[in-house]
Design a binder for this molecule. Structure first.
Ligand code: PGA
Length: 252
């Protein structure tokens, strides 16, 4: 799948994590259906990829292995995903970095393999609470981006800035990210992209995105959309988020 639209089309992703698809996700009027003016993609568990795809949703996997085949028990390769008409894959989600020890080298290998297989990699980057409190947030994000320098020339790449401290409701030391927190980092990330790709590569925000903050977040000029976890499990909430993103981006 080659991203050929001229501008940064607004984008909303539903990351269902280790949950069943929400009831009603596959009905004809589902809020999870992509439309021309805004890309809406869902990331179900591996077991639900086919069903979501066969109901006409645009689907991505939550992870994939870079090797094309081999003795990797429990893993699924990028090539296998592409063969099943899966369009995208999350690379380096912070929960994979934490629970599966995926480091920047592994994440880069995944993203490169995803592109080679014809998938859109959504590379997740972002600092932890500790790193932010120590003032290292920009250095961390820059290092995570430097790991994927070979693919920063691809418009098929999507970057998700997901400050780890803001995911799943934030934490006691740091309140949830504000629109200006997001804008500051998104503008910084964009400034690190090759000049000719700065207006092509989409940078979406993730971390407690919900109906209440989606409009303000997406009014920021460098926030091209949202990667939504918890609030994507409720079709009504997700529908409100999509409407807010469209409103923020002037799509009727
Ligand atoms: P959240 O998750 O919206 O529940 O914070 C976002 C994510 O982990 O991608």
């Amino acid at each position: 799948m080659i991203y050929s639209k001229p501008m940064r089309t607004p984008f909303v992703a539903a990351n269902w994590k280790m949950h069943e698809p929400p009831v009603g996700a596959f009905v004809p009027e589902s809020p999870y259906r992509s439309v021309e003016a805004i890309d809406i993609w869902v990331f179900p568990s591996f077991l639900d990829l086919h069903s979501a795809r066969d109901h006409g949703l645009i689907v991505g996997a939550q992870c994939g292995r870079p090797d094309s085949q081999g003795a990797f028990t429990g893993d699924i390769s990028m090539r296998m995903l592409a063969d099943q008409r899966i369009q995208a894959v999350l690379c380096g989600h912070s929960e994979r970095r934490l629970h599966h020890k995926e480091d920047d080298i592994m994440v880069a290998a995944q993203a490169i393999a995803a592109l080679e297989a014809g998938l859109h990699p959504i590379v997740c980057i972002g600092e932890t609470a500790q790193q932010r409190l120590e003032g290292k947030n920009k250095n961390i994000v820059r290092a995570q981006l430097e790991a994927i320098i070979p693919i920063l020339t691809s418009s098929d790449l999507i970057i998700a800035y997901e400050p780890v401290w803001a995911i799943s409701g934030g934490n006691a030391d740091l309140p949830a990210a504000t629109p200006s927190d997001a804008q500051e980092m998104h503008a910084y990330i964009r400034s690190l992209l090759p000049t000719e790709r700065q207006e092509k590569i989409r940078i979406i925000y993730g971390g407690s995105a919900k109906p209440e903050n989606a409009l303000a977040l997406c009014r920021e000029p460098d926030v091209d959309g949202l990667l939504v976890g918890g609030a994507s499990l409720d079709p009504a909430s997700f529908g409100h988020i999509v409407e807010a993103v469209m409103d923020a981006k002037g799509i009727s």
